[in-house]
Design a protein around this ligand. Sequence first.
Ligand code: CAA
Length: 289
Amino acid sequence: MEHNKVAVIGAGLMGSGIAQACAQAGYEVVNIDTFESAIEKAKANIEKLFNKKVAKGSMTEEKKAEILGRLTYSGNFDDVKGAFLVVEAVPEKIEIKKDTFKKLDAAADPETILVSNTSGLSISEIASVTNRPDKVMGAHFFYPAPVMKLLELVRGLVTSDATYAVVKEFAAKIGKTTVDAPEYPGFLVNRILVPMQNEGAFMVMEGCKPEDVDNAMKLGCNHPMGPCELTDFVGIDVMLATMTGLYNGFHDSKYRPCPLLETMVKAGHLGKKSGQGFYKYDENGNKIQ
Ligand code: CAA
């Protein structure tokens, strides 16, 4: 099978960014989502992002057309046919992931490798619902996926060496540096990063201003974004799901999610994407306070 077509499942913030990264690297990409509204949003976002790059001079009109020409969208899982690799980026809930992998296993060619962009769920458990567990592994991207240089590679109990080698080669082609992460909740980065964001939320709950928490980490540790700003950027719901995964996975109270995050999610304050998180945002995603 030729290694030129990639399918990405899910057109949310992560899925659309992964699809963009693959198209930029020269792959033919189909980005599949069963929600038409997600596809429309993904198309509008990439158009807006590329227009900004063209205006700024970091991309030509020709390059923009060439990349967008390699990127198609679909609502049908059957369009994974012909892809040597499928990257799943659906919401971080084990039942949704398993249901997606069952459907992918039925729709994809038998030799196709299926990777999950989970940020901490068990790869072995996801693989167990397929008839090809040796061809399933984890490849965890970071937001924004086209920009962040790291890809965490996570092998399940029976992921084969051949599968690992193909995914490693794919990572190099899209310009990512890989690290081998253990198959435990949070893998490597999130196990360290997300408790820091959670602690930032606890400090806000205790009365600190988000600006002070963020400035402390930006100016005191040279972080590009502070913990509250980063939580808004990634999505409060995504961060809470990751923290809950650490808590449930390790059965250790040191990973208890901050109640303020739970309240914010219940209120629909999901960060930048909803216009309200620790900060408020206008319709273009710019901070307004
Ligand atoms: N999607 C795609 N590209 C984006 C982007 C986005 N959302 N935001 C910025 N970019 C691109 C811009 O187009 C620009 O590209 P060009 O140079 O080609 O024009 C480039 O990134 C730099 O953008 P800016 O100059 O606007 O902004 P910046 O220099 O301030 O960098 C940033 C922005 C890269 C996001 C930087 O603030 C940063 O590194 N922040 C920290 C991000 C981080 O920690 N990510 C990990 C999150 S945790 C996670 O993802 C794990 C999980 O499981 C939840």
